[in-house]
Ligand binder design. Structure first.
Ligand code: NAP
Length: 312
């Protein structure tokens, strides 16, 4: 008998395969309900558990995965970078980004991957939004921005990068260059250079916000983006997913922009990890519905697979 949506735990037994998430704290993670809803929908004998792992215990926890027969884990704050020395292998993508969000135990070996970049890109691909040869403005230069920028340059976009701390943006641009991409792939714009910033946004088809501005509980905060530059041909993609409808997205919609929310990236980065562990592609609309329920949001009506994820 497969697990039902309401009673996944009642069907845990000796054969159940285990995956999960290591975080500190981990109590607010949306990943356990999101993945367990997908396992239940597919009647799979799998379970996804939250593991509150203190930073000082990370090495022991990761190295216990194989011994416990755990198939893999996601990593969240503060473990994504600290986990690197404890792994046997990391994918090219995780190496470039410098962080791991998914570990997979394969025949006793711990393989680290990073699904954030592909998770970010998938809603664009599904919506048929080409970035090749296009100008994209990226706000922020933290961990999420690294995944986004490497994915965008790999897809042939030209990135204009803006960050509160300019040196961090310069470092990311340098890392992209050192990884073998042409220097003109990423150009850094100073936050104070409003003229250049407004011009960059005018010429862009996509603006990606990757900073923490506007995240719960500071959901009234707006990132330092010149709103007057937003235009009808611009797609605004906010990686913040709590709240889903950020102030930035509200302002963008008011100016006629199409928008993508961080919930879509959250679902797809999870779906790619799910596929790596199980070999199956999960039902992403069910994962999205679960996340929206957890966030107390109504369904957007945009989440059918193969349909457009971008909405005005
Ligand atoms: P991070 O590594 O700590 O980087 C934070 C970034 O935000 C830096 O660029 C930082 O600028 C900037 N920043 C922070 N507060 C700011 C403020 N008040 N004004 C302007 N800039 C500010 O964090 P991260 O892991 O990249 O995460 C960033 C955001 O992405 C979070 O909201 C996170 O939830 C979201 N995210 C979403 C997904 C998803 O699946 N949807 C996945 C990963 C991350 P400085 O360099 O100047 O400090």
């Amino acid at each position: 008998m497969g697990a039902s949506n309401n009673q996944p735990l009642l069907s845990v037994r000796g054969t159940t395969r285990v995956v999960g998430v290591f975080g500190w704290p981990v109590a607010h993670s949306l990943s356990p309900p999101m993945h367990n809803a997908a396992f239940a929908a597919l009647a799979m004998d799998w379970i996804y558990l939250p593991f509150p792992v203190r930073p000082e215990d990370l090495g022991r926890a990761v190295q216990s995965l194989s011994a416990l027969g755990i198939v893999g884990v996601n990593l969240t704050i503060p473990h994504k970078e600290r986990v690197l020395p404890f792994l046997d292998e990391i994918t090219e993508e995780a190496r470039l980004i410098g962080a791991v969000n998914t570990v997979h135990c394969v025949e006793g070996r711990l393989i680290g991957d990073n699904t954030d970049g592909r998770g970010f890109y998938e809603p664009l691909r599904v919506s048929g939004i080409p970035v090749h040869g296009q100008s994209v403005v990226v706000f922020g230069a933290g961990g999420a921005a690294r995944a986004v920028v490497f994915q965008l340059v790999r897809q042939g976009a030209r990135v204009l990068l803006v960050n509160r701390t300019r040196e961090r943006a310069e470092r990311l641009a340098q890392d992209v260059y050192r990884a073998g991409f042409p220097g003109e792939c990423v150009r850094v714009i100073a936050l104070e250079d409003t003229g250049a910033l407004v011009r960059a946004i005018h010429n862009a088809m996509l603006l990606v916000h990757t900073t923490r501005a506007g995240m719960h509980p500071d959901s009234d905060a707006l990132p330092p983006i010149p709103l007057e530059a937003l235009h009808r041909d611009l797609l605004v993609y906010d990686l913040v997913y709590n709240p889903m409808d950020t102030r930035l997205l509200q302002e963008a919609r008011r100016r006629g922009c199409a928008v993508l929310t961080g919930v879509q990236m959250l679902v797809y980065q999870g779906a790619i990890a799910f596929q790596r562990w199980t070999g199956q592609w999960p039902p992403t609309p069910i994962m999205e519905q679960t996340v929206l329920q957890m966030l107390g949001q109504p369904m957007s009506g945009q989440e059918e697979e193969g349909g457009s994820a971008a909405a005005r």
